[in-house]
Design a protein around this ligand. Structure first.
Ligand SMILES: Cc1ncc(COP(=O)(O)O)c(C=O)c1O
Length: 417
């Protein structure tokens, strides 16, 4: 048993394990909070394993299987003994495939020397921050935000500066807000477009206005575009780096195969940047994770340069689910949501539920709401408190239509109290 003794900023000055007193653990690491998304997902999976009929809307993970041609490429790679270390920043084949994809999708010209492949896009965000941030540098983060950004900024020694993107503005920040948040210590903006958790998609013009501020104020942008393949209702957006040479130099684009190709378990993400930044990140990787998995890289090449109709088929299914879940939520009393244009999440506004007692539970926060909904409605969601959105609950609709219908019926019954 680990008994933490009081003292110091993070209560980790000393730890006693089995009667042996040890020196304090690292303060930055000890301050890292558990991911609320992963915690909720683990709890729902545990309940299901225990035989409870819980419906999970917590995980941001497509329920589709990885397409067959991608799996076949992995099988071939194993048969051909592509099972050894690769260069730390990825194989030449993967880097070329990434360049081809961004050219086709966004008209972007990048060279393989500007590409870095990692073990998942989450790690891309981490090494991008590691490449840019000195201790105490400020990093601007629009809220609501993906839970990991806040922790990753702190893990890199940075100071998050949270800028509110209210529901009334469809969860978008303006160029004026961005400019007002910049100080002499600002190093970067982290922008997620399309956004987890809100599904918000910025127009090209809105992005151009943000890019102008980044160039004028000379700050970098970490542009996480991992949901770029999931846009609905014919909306269009742009890649941040396509907005001009000045911003391209300052942009680190992040993407990966997890969401568009239903490949969450394969753990391949990639980033594109100036050659100088790419080299720093590659060096960092070479001493931390080393190369990403060789078989997964081969599979990702097949995903990126192979037929793209699988992406479109999944996108269409997500759009149908989005339409359904949004219309159901917005017909219920006391909850509502904005119709998102991308990704696979809705942010349900639960402000009107605060102060109510539901099924004997006093609801004072989105955490209380999610906990009560899980306990009494057997529906797993993620409270917005960890995402800078305390009056909201996030639903991932990356689950079957049957589950969504069941979840909505249960929510309706739960809200009746
Ligand atoms: C915005 C965003 N970026 C990155 C990731 C991580 O993707 P990966 O599975 O490639 O690590 C996620 C996953 O939920 C995400 O929502």
């Amino acid at each position: 048993m680990l008994a933490i003794l009081q003292g110091g900023a993070y209560n980790v000055r000393e730890a006693t394990i089995g009667g042996i007193t040890l020196k304090e653990l690292a303060q930055i690491a000890s301050a890292v909070q558990v991911s609320s998304t992963m915690a909720m997902d683990a709890l729902a999976k545990q309940m299901a394993a225990d035989g409870v009929d819980v419906v999970g809307f917590g995980a941001g993970e497509p329920d589709f299987n990885t397409p067959d041609h991608i799996k076949a490429a992995a099988v071939r790679a194993i048969a051909e003994n592509i099972t050894r270390y690769t260069p730390a920043s990825g194989t030449a084949a993967l880097k070329q495939a990434v360049c081809r994809r961004v050219k086709e999708d966004f008209g972007l010209d990048y060279q393989p020397s500007q590409v870095v492949a990692t073990s998942g896009a989450k790690h891309c965000v981490y090494i991008a921050l590691r490449a840019l941030v000195n201790p105490g540098d400020e990093v601007i983060l629009p809220a609501p935000f993906w839970v990991s950004y806040l922790e990753l900024i702190k893990m890199a020694g940075g100071t998050p500066v949270v800028v509110s993107a209210p529901e009334s503005a469809r969860f978008k920040i303006t160029a004026g807000q961005l400019a007002a948040a910049v100080t002499p210590r600002t190093k970067a903006l982290v922008l997620n477009n399309p956004c987890n958790p809100t599904g918000t998609v910025y127009t090209k013009e809105e992005l151009a206005a943000l890019a102008k501020v980044c160039v004028e104020k000379d700050i970098y942008v970490i542009s996480d575009e991992i949901y770029c393949g999931l846009l609905y209702g014919g909306v269009k957006t742009a890649s941040f780096a396509s907005l001009g040479e000045d911003i391209k130099e300052r942009a680190i684009l992040i993407n990966g195969v997890s969401k568009s190709y239903a490949m969450t378990g394969w753990r391949i993400g990639y980033l594109l940047s100036s050659e100088k930044i790419a080299k720093v990140m590659a060096n960092y990787l070479s001493h931390s994770t080393g190369s990403p998995g060789s078989v997964s890289q081969a599979a990702s090449v097949a995903a990126l340069i192979g037929p793209q109709d699988c992406v479109e088929a999944m996108r269409r299914a997500f759009e149908e689910r989005r339409n359904y879940i949004v219309s159901r939520v917005n017909t219920m009393d006391g909850v509502s949501c904005v119709k998102p244009d991308g990704a696979f999440y809705i942010m349900m506004n639960v402000e009107k539920q605060l102060g109510r007692t539901l099924h004997g539970e006093l609801i004072q926060s989105s955490d209380d709401f999610s906990a009560a909904l899980l306990k009494h409605g057997l529906v797993a969601t993620v409270p917005g408190s960890g995402m800078g959105a305390p009056s909201f609950v996030r639903w991932s609709y990356a689950t079957s239509m049957d589950n969504i219908k069941k979840g909505m019926d249960r929510l309706e019954a739960f809200l009746r109290g």
